[in-house]
Design a binder for this molecule. Structure first.
Ligand SMILES: CC(C)(COP(=O)(O)OP(=O)(O)OC[C@H]1O[C@@H](n2cnc3c(N)ncnc32)[C@H](O)[C@@H]1OP(=O)(O)O)[C@@H](O)C(=O)NCCC(=O)NCCS
Length: 153
């Protein structure tokens, strides 16, 4: 079945939490860090983000939510956050489609994001989508992260 991408509604928050927790478990295992923000985010926090009107997209295979992504807009810049695809649906191009779709909702100027410095597959995805490394930092749980950004016209 074709997967369609569309806006998330507040009522999808529970399913989004499930997808995030399943997907980010691989990152938690990679870094031995079980308190990653996407793993501990509550349904209420996700619902509030969606209700705020910030970009929030889901990917549906029939009635099943199989992926999601959200944007955090701050002036002319947007952070891409919480990109997640259900583990059994990864490698089908859905992550790339969600990334492109959320970038299309950004205000003009810069889209940025960060990922773990050892997350080679993620870095490959972002660099092949036109993102360029712009910095490094340690996150709240001590993981070395790379920031990438891309200009949007
Ligand atoms: C990152 C993620 C959203 C990619 O989604 P996906 O649907 O598997 O990605 P796609 O099928 O669109 O593949 C695009 C690229 O993603 C990369 N990739 C990242 N994780 C991958 C995975 N588990 N399986 C296959 N490709 C993956 C590959 O480099 C691939 O590039 P290629 O086609 O040149 O090989 C998904 O793997 C995921 O949910 N990971 C866990 C959560 C996470 O790390 N999110 C990003 C945080 S910054």
């Amino acid at each position: 079945m074709t997967v369609h991408i569309g806006p998330l509604a507040p009522g999808h928050a529970g399913e989004v939490m499930t997808i995030q927790r399943a997907a980010y478990l691989a990152e938690a295992r990679r870094y031995g860090a079980w308190e990653l923000p996407p793993l501990v985010e509550t349904v209420e926090e996700i619902r509030k983000h969606v209700e705020s009107g910030m970009p929030a997209l889901g990917a549906w295979d029939g009635h099943r939510l199989v992926g999601s992504v959200r944007g955090k807009v701050d002036g002319a810049r947007m952070e891409v956050a919480r990109l997640a695809v259900a583990p059994d649906q990864q490698g089908r191009g859905l992550g790339r489609r969600l990334l492109e779709a959320v970038c299309a909702l950004a205000p003009d100027e810069v889209v940025w994001l960060f990922t773990g410095a050892e997350s080679d597959e993620n870095l490959r995805l972002y660099e092949s989508a036109g993102f360029v490394k712009s910095g490094e930092h340690f996150d709240a749980v001590g993981i070395r992260c790379v920031t990438l950004e891309k200009k949007v016209a």
